[in-house]
Each structure stands twice: as C-alpha cells, then as structure tokens.
Design a protein around this ligand. Structure first.
Ligand code: GLU
Length: 460
C-alpha cells in the first residue's frame, strides 16, 4: 500500500499541508505501507528551491519521514510528454488554437445566459498540430466515485470541460501530471485537501482514457481560522517552522494536527504510535475543522510537562542558540529543565526562564524593585546566613530563610518576594530555594548584594 504527499513548492510548509502530510503518512504507516514524497514543481515561475528546502525542513522537524522520494515532477517531463502523445495518437486528446480573446467572449456569453462557463469544443475535430493540448472529456454519462471522506460524488460529463493537459510550450498541467505520477508511483490512496475535489472527476476520466486502475480518494475538510474564514496568514503563524520558532514541540503540533478533522472518541492526547494504530479514513470528519491556538498551547504544555528531560534538551537547542544562552557556565542543564518543565507553556518561555541561571543582569524590573526592595535588614541577615552555608542545597537554603523569618518575626513573603526578585531580576521564578540552589552560591550572594545596593542608592 502506498500514499503520498505532493506539495507544490511555492511557499513554506503550512499548517494545512502538514495536516495532509500527517494523514497520508499515518495511513501508510498504519498499513505498513510506503509513504511517498513528491514535489510538484512544474510551475517553474512560482516554484523555488527555498520553498523545497522549507518543505523538507518542515517534514523533517515534524518527523514525517518518507520511504520514497522526494520525486520532482520537473525530472519527469519526458514521461508526461509520452503520455500526452499517446492520448493524441489514440484520438483522446487534440490541439486547440482558440485565442484568449475567443475564450473570453465565450465565457462572457455563457455567463450572461446564466450557464456554466466551459470550453465549447470548437477545435475538437479540426485535426490541428499546434496550440494547447486538450483532453477529450467524454460527452455523455456521469463520473461517480466514492470518496473515503465525503462519500458518493457524481457529476455529469456534460458539466466538464475538455481539460488542457499541455500548454502551448508543451509543458504538462497539474491534472495530467498528478494522474501520471499517482499511477507510475503506484499510489493506492490519494489523500489531499478538498480544494482538489473538483479536479477529481476530470482526473478519473483521464485514468479511464488510459485504462489505468483508479486509486482511492480521500479529501480532507478545510481548516478554518477562529473567525470562520479559511486559515491563512492573517491568523498568525501558519508556517510549520514558525511553530518551532514559537516554542512548540513537534509531537504536540502533530497531536494537534491529527485532531483537525479526525477524531477517535473524545480522546485528545495521542502518542505518534497511537495515531498510527488508531488512524482510520472513515473517522475523518466531513465538516471543516477550526484552528484553535489556545488548545494547541494547552497540548504543548501537557507535552512539555510529561516529556523526557533529554528530549526537551534536544528541542531546546535551537532556542538556546537563538536566544544566545550559553549553558556551559552554570548549573546542569538537566536540573534547570526539570525545574522549568512544570511552568513552561512553550520552549520559548522555558528558554526565557533559563536566563537567570546562566546570565547575569545589571538591573531589576524597576516597578517591582521599588515595591519590594525596601528593607535592607532582612536581606542583610539572609546574606549573612547564606554566606555561612557550606552545603549549598535547597533544603539548607530553605532553613536559612525560615530562620530569618523567625529572628525578625516577619512572614515568609517579606523576605521571599525580595529574594525572588533579587535572583531573577524580574520576579519570574519558581520555588525559591530550588532556584537559589541552581543559581549557585556566588551568584545568589552577588544578586542579594545588588538588591542592597539598590536600596542604599534609593535612600541616598
Ligand atoms: N500539488 C498540489 C497542491 O499542493 C497537490 C496535488 C494533489 O495532492 O493531488 O495543492
């Protein structure tokens, strides 16, 4: 069994494309089949190498590995020419020289009459030898197929045009290349967005003219933004790699994507293995799916919480590099990641939260400092006590904080809050004794000194 993903390299890998790729990949994996990657680059003006790279990067980051390919349609022009010639020879296609102007007049006339604008077959029997090549769509009968998602679909042939299969320069068009490729590459299930559903009857007629076996078709519902319009750049990041940059884990995004138009009872969290095991075409919804950023963030947080520290470290590498955080001079990365796991919704947040452990700062958040750095006596006492600690571990640090509270008869917050601000610079820190342990003795004392300096400067 084989399925395929066949993107056109005219932009990055977007959310809709990634969802199509995931469904096609899962269906192949489920049946221990092959997943084919095909780059549909026949539109030479709009296709770019940068976009091919972006698609490959996106697939790679998501972990959707292909078994065959990537195949490039531009490498297959000879094959398409051969099929176009075969259709011409068998009188199943013909040259057409109708000018753009004629076609426009024709369209206008039909539209005015309230009829569907379609080519009138003017050149069908002219036996011309140049121009575009049109496929002789059958004039009678209906094309019917059973879409794995949408169910029975049928359309009368008289509704369909004589499709252009080659341009005047001889280059093939999408509907021809896709049929030749899916046949040659032995694709059993064509899984793609439902924006292609209108092309399917035309493609089926081509298969039939060539006496080729038909694949099964599964057309995926659209993805809508929160405002009900088709998901687009307007809705924020739609490129898969932008989600990496925003701190999502690939498996969280995959989990989110699989639920866009597919369900298994009311289960929300799926491992990749479960996706493969449970995936069924019949459980794909017919109705459009809505993209919900909050749910994606929730899933990401769940994944971060339960991920292996090693796995998080691997995925953090890009962010540490990007935010220029050098972790070689500071606490063991594992400990910091473990500490931040519970409190980070994204890896960007996690990397932000790591800064206090590896980078010094020279000022405090002004608003918080004004409010919290008032009493030098308690900070001074805490410093003295911490300075005398030989064994710099959280439990000992905690004891010292408690002692300060007891000796000065103050509540925990009175010293805890300034201590947190002193350590972090911005007040964003978790369990204070653990944070202090990780920041280390020297840095902790230096930061408390900075807080004292701040107080004395203010009272000057
Ligand atoms: N290249 C087409 C696209 O990116 C997909 C064609 C197909 O899946 O049949 O929309």
């Amino acid at each position: 069994m084989k399925s395929r993903f066949a993107p056109s390299p005219t932009g990055y890998l977007h959310i809709g494309g990634a969802r199509t790729a995931l469904f096609a990949w899962a269906w192949a994996r489920k049946q221990q089949g092959q997943f084919v990657l095909r780059i549909e680059d026949t539109d030479r003006e709009r296709s770019t190498q940068a976009s091919v790279d972006a698609i490959l990067d996106g697939m790679n980051w998501l972990g959707l590995a292909h078994d065959e390919g990537p195949f490039y349609q531009t490498d297959r022009f000879d094959r398409y020419k051969e099929i176009i010639q075969q259709l011409l020879n068998e009188d199943k296609a013909y040259y057409c020289e109708c000018s753009k102007e004629r076609l426009q007049i024709l369209r206008d006339e039909l539209t005015e009459k309230g009829e569907k604008a379609k080519y009138d077959g003017c050149c069908r029997d002219k036996n011309l030898s140049s121009g575009v090549v049109r496929f002789k769509n059958p004039l009678e009968g209906v094309v019917a197929f059973n879409d794995a998602v949408k169910g029975k679909i049928s359309i009368a042939n008289k509704e369909l045009d004589d499709l252009i299969i080659a341009r005047t320069d001889g280059t093939p068009t999408y509907n021809l290349t896709v049929v030749v490729d899916d046949y040659d590459m032995e694709i059993d299930t064509v899984i793609r967005g439902d924006d292609h559903i209108n092309n399917t009857p035309r493609q089926i007629n081509l298969y039939q003219a060539l006496n080729w076996r038909l694949p099964e078709f599964a057309h995926l519902p659209m993805i809508l933004g929160s405002d009900g319009a088709r998901l687009s750049k307007r809705h924020g990041a739609v490129s898969v790699m932008a989600y990496r940059d925003e701190g999502f884990l690939p498996e969280a995004l995959l989990n989110y994507l699989v639920r866009l138009g597919w369900s298994h009872g009311d289960q929300e969290i799926f491992t990749l293995a479960e996706i493969v095991e449970l995936f069924e075409l019949k459980n794909i919804n017919k109705a459009p799916a809505s993209f919900n950023q909050e749910k994606l963030i929730w899933l990401n947080q769940e994944y971060i919480k339960s991920a292996d520290v090693e796995h998080l470290i691997k995925n953090l590498a890009w962010h540490l590099d990007h935010q220029q955080i050098d972790t070689s001079t500071g606490p063991a990365l594992e400990l910091v990641v473990e500490h931040l796991q519970e409190r980070s919704k994204t890896l960007v947040e996690m990397a932000e939260g790591m800064k206090m452990f590896y980078q010094d700062f020279d000022e405090f958040n002004e608003k918080l400092a004004k409010k919290q750095f008032k009493d030098s006596q308690s900070i001074q006492l805490l410093m003295t006590k911490l300075n005398s600690l030989d064994d710099w571990v959280a439990s000992n640090i905690k004891d010292q904080i408690k002692q300060v509270c007891e000796e000065l008869d103050i509540g925990f917050g009175k010293i805890g809050q300034p201590f947190r601000l002193a350590l972090s610079g911005n007040g964003n820190a978790g369990n204070i004794d653990i944070v202090a342990q990780l920041v280390g003795k020297d840095r902790t004392l230096a930061r408390l000194q900075m807080a004292l300096d701040y107080i004395s400067q203010r009272s000057d």
